[in-house]
Design a binder for this molecule. Structure first.
Ligand code: MG
Length: 200
């Protein structure tokens, strides 16, 4: 019996394209697009930020120093905000599950700057019962710690937990705990899996 639902954010509730961010920002740095992309996405920096080891001002200061970015922190944050597109079918699915009385939580690898924007821009945010976010709990999926914290917070375990995520390694970690984890690929396949549970 499902008692709670956990939603990944990126590529589940919101599509995102870091490429937009990198292309716009590169012209204001000393780096070209591939260099900036490698610096932001392939260095440990983003993981340090998203696991709460760096605050937003600390993260920005490093980016500014290493890339030569000539703008302010708020300009940098604004570049970040333009990368998201809502995935309306899954947002509607969340609304339906919430209306049925099921508690729902986000369970996401993310950062303070992204959450500052998402929590203001999308009305699904306050409809969640709560949010388990990597930068706040200082652990990134698929580290077991973030899944344990979810279980402690909700008081639910194993197959009481429905979980949607697009990344196979995050799904595998959840399945190893007995969670009912669905690897999200398309709204159609996710709807079918949830219908089979009798939740729709
Ligand atoms: Mg994701």
């Amino acid at each position: 019996m499902i008692k709670v639902a956990a939603f990944d954010i990126g590529k589940v509730l919101l599509d995102f394209d870091y490429g937009i961010f990198v292309r716009r920002m590169a012209s204001r740095t000393q780096m070209d697009v591939p260099e900036l992309d490698a610096f932001l996405n392939q260095s440990p920096l983003l993981a340090q930020y998203e696991s709460g080891q760096l605050t937003s001002p600390e993260f920005f200061a490093i980016v500014q120093k290493e890339t030569g970015f000539d703008g302010s922190e708020s300009e940098f944050a604004a570049y970040f905000e333009d990368i998201f597109t809502p995935i309306e079918e899954i947002i509607a699915l969340h609304t339906t599950l919430t209306a049925s009385g099921l508690p729902t939580y986000t369970l996401s690898n993310t950062n303070e700057m992204a959450v500052r924007h998402i929590s203001r821009a999308y009305d699904f945010w306050p409809r969640f019962t709560g949010h388990i976010l990597s930068h706040e709990v200082r652990a990134l999926k698929p580290n077991p710690k973030i899944y344990e914290l979810f279980e402690q917070t909700t008081g639910c375990h194993g197959n009481e937990i429905l979980y949607l995520d697009d990344l196979p390694e995050n799904i595998a970690a959840a399945k190893s705990r007995g969670w009912h984890a669905i690897e999200h690929r398309t709204p159609e396949t996710t709807f079918r899996s949830i219908s089979e549970l009798g939740l729709l």
